[in-house]
Design a protein around this ligand. Structure first.
Ligand code: SF4
Length: 299
């Protein structure tokens, strides 16, 4: 099959658009979409110190690589990376090496924060006492990303969330009836003094495209899935959405559009009273989720 924009062989065919692209046109289209998101949604402003939440996987590696390219011409911004080591034997060590190599090739400083030093347990230890480790991991990682990036002076926290991740989160919040969390999705989080503002430059790109971009750019990425992943709700939601897309091409895009058209309404109708937990972090009640979960672990 030939590229729809030139005579070169195509590397991908977008079923929902009926369009084939060669490597060069795919890369151009991909990068243009990321730049459009950064520009139109004002993800980054002059003076920003951008911290990329890096895992060594394809999404965050692509986010870091593109932000590095975009920001190298901006004189008054700074870019660095932060990796959270949850303490998962045989999984995180390998991705840490890959993340270190990528940062050193780009000349970006990499900071590391570990569960063991902050919540005093590794995920492997938590798994020994809890059936659903992802609940703990997700909350502890979010908390640590926020507190550590704030300590490092970040004004923006960029994550590698792609369109599939965002859609899975939307469905998970819906299944859990968590409208508060659902109202926080989007390419840029609303400002709040207790949170480093989160940005998602890859939010409008499907997971498949992010993977292809990583391959075409020759990025060395960590592909092993976490050994605890199939215990998570996200794993099953992802599977369900992929099956739907297979049967009805383009349904993920329309589901995202539908969600985005509700987002403004959700944001204005959800009452978000933010208090400070005794640990200093944000909470909608009196105790934050991290402190609630820590209280359920054996000492
Ligand atoms: Fe953590 Fe679960 Fe993700 Fe593994 S799959 S890294 S345990 S959230």
């Amino acid at each position: 099959m030939k590229c729809s924009d030139c005579t070169n062989p195509a590397v991908t065919y977008k079923r929902y658009e009926g369009r084939a692209l060669c490597d060069e046109h795919f890369i151009q289209t991909f990068e243009a979409r990321v730049k459009k998101t950064i520009r139109e949604e004002r993800l980054i402003e002059p003076g920003d110190r951008v911290c990329v939440a890096l895992s060594g996987g394809k999404d965050s590696s692509v986010a870091l690589t593109i932000l590095h390219n975009v920001l190298k011409d901006w004189r008054d911004t700074e870019l660095f990376a932060l990796l959270i080591d949850e303490g998962i034997e045989g999984y995180r060590n390998e991705s840490l090496e890959i993340a270190e190599k990528l940062c050193s090739s780009l000349g970006v400083t990499l900071h590391i924060a570990r569960f063991k030093e902050t919540v005093h347990k590794t995920m492997d230890e938590i798994m020994e006492e809890k059936k659903f480790p992802c609940t703990y991991c997700g909350v502890f990682r979010r908390d640590l990303l926020n507190s550590k990036s704030r300590e490092l002076g970040a004004t923006k926290l960029a994550t590698g969330h792609n369109m599939d991740d965002e859609l899975q989160s939307a469905f998970m919040n819906y299944f859990r009836l968590d409208m508060n969390k659902a109202s926080r999705l989007g390419a840029i989080a609303q400002k709040n003094e207790l949170f480093v503002q989160r940005i998602k430059p890859l939010r409008y790109l499907p997971e498949h495209d992010v993977g292809l971009y990583a391959v075409l750019k020759g990025l060395d990425v960590h592909e092993t899935e976490c050994p605890y992943a199939n215990n998570s709700l996200r794993f099953h939601v992802r599977d369900f959405l992929n099956k739907m897309e297979e049967k009805y091409p383009g349904i993920k895009f329309s589901a995202m559009h539908a969600y985005d058209s509700l987002l403004g309404m959700l944001r204005s109708s959800v009452v978000k009273e933010i208090n400070r937990c005794e640990c200093g972090e944000a909470t909608a009640g009196t105790k934050c989720r991290k402190c609630e979960l820590l209280a359920t672990l054996k000492t």
